[in-house]
Design a binder for this molecule. Structure first.
Ligand code: ZN
Length: 153
């Protein structure tokens, strides 16, 4: 994978852009070794009309409970990162969704991921879901109860 920005789109030509600095940070958490633990955090960025730009993330930290196949994002630093970005940008940078890693090359959501997103990620706006695999990054939008995978371009 390259260290440049990543762009995805949906069937309506709406874009998702992940800024290069975020791509580098996401790739650093890939589960490349047998003992690598799952990592997770929140996605922070901008809604530009129908397009979404991920500018920042939170990363694993104190309070998170991590194993190879699960992660419980309990640390208070995730919400603090969202609040800080929102305040410093006068509301431009917002919570856009969640990311986590999978120990597989081409990641896809597990049944547990889908049910947890349906239960916990409830918003009137479209929310983003990102899974960082060993070779690929999977991204989707959650629109009401529907999860729509995005195509990398
Ligand atoms: Zn998962």
């Amino acid at each position: 994978m390259v260290d440049s920005e990543l762009t995805f789109k949906d069937s309506n030509e709406c874009l998702l852009v992940i800024m290069p600095s975020v791509v580098i940070r996401l790739l650093a958490h890939r589960q490349l070794y047998w003992n690598s633990k799952e990592a997770a955090g929140v996605l922070i960025g901008e809604r530009r009309g129908p397009h979404l730009v991920i500018q920042d993330i939170s990363e694993p930290g104190e309070g998170d409970i991590r194993s190879r196949f699960s992660v419980d994002r309990q640390g208070p630093h995730h919400q603090i990162a969202v609040d800080k970005a929102f305040a410093q940008s006068s509301g431009t940078l917002q919570y856009l969704g969640e990311w986590h890693t999978h120990p597989e090359d081409q990641p896809s959501p597990s049944a547990k991921d889908l049910s947890s997103w349906r239960r916990h990620l409830v918003d009137s706006e479209q929310m983003l879901l990102v899974i960082v695999g060993r070779e690929e990054i999977w991204a989707a939008k959650k629109i009401a109860d529907t999860i729509v995978p995005l195509n990398k371009i």
